[in-house]
Design a protein around this ligand. Structure first.
Ligand SMILES: [Zn+2]
Length: 57
C-alpha cells in the first residue's frame, strides 16, 4: 500500500501497515482504493482551505 500523492510505502511508516491503516486517509478514485499518508492529507487540507479562502475573499 502506497500513498497516492507522494508514493511513500506504508510499511516504511512508524508502526508499519497496521498503524498506517489507522492514520492514513482512505478513499476511492475511479473505483479503486487509494491511500493518502498523513503528511499529504494535511497538505491537501491546507490547499483546500487555501482555495476556499481565495474563493471567499
Ligand atoms: Zn504522501
Amino acid at each position: 500500500m502506497q500513498c497516492s500523492s507522494c508514493g511513500v510505502d506504508a510499511s516504511s511508516e512508524p508502526g508499519g501497515l497496521a498503524a498506517a491503516r489507522v492514520t492514513w486517509t482512505f478513499g476511492t478514485e475511479r473505483g479503486r482504493t487509494v491511500w493518502t499518508c498523513p503528511a499529504c492529507s494535511r497538505r491537501h487540507a491546507r490547499s483546500m482551505e487555501g482555495r476556499l479562502d481565495s474563493a471567499w475573499w
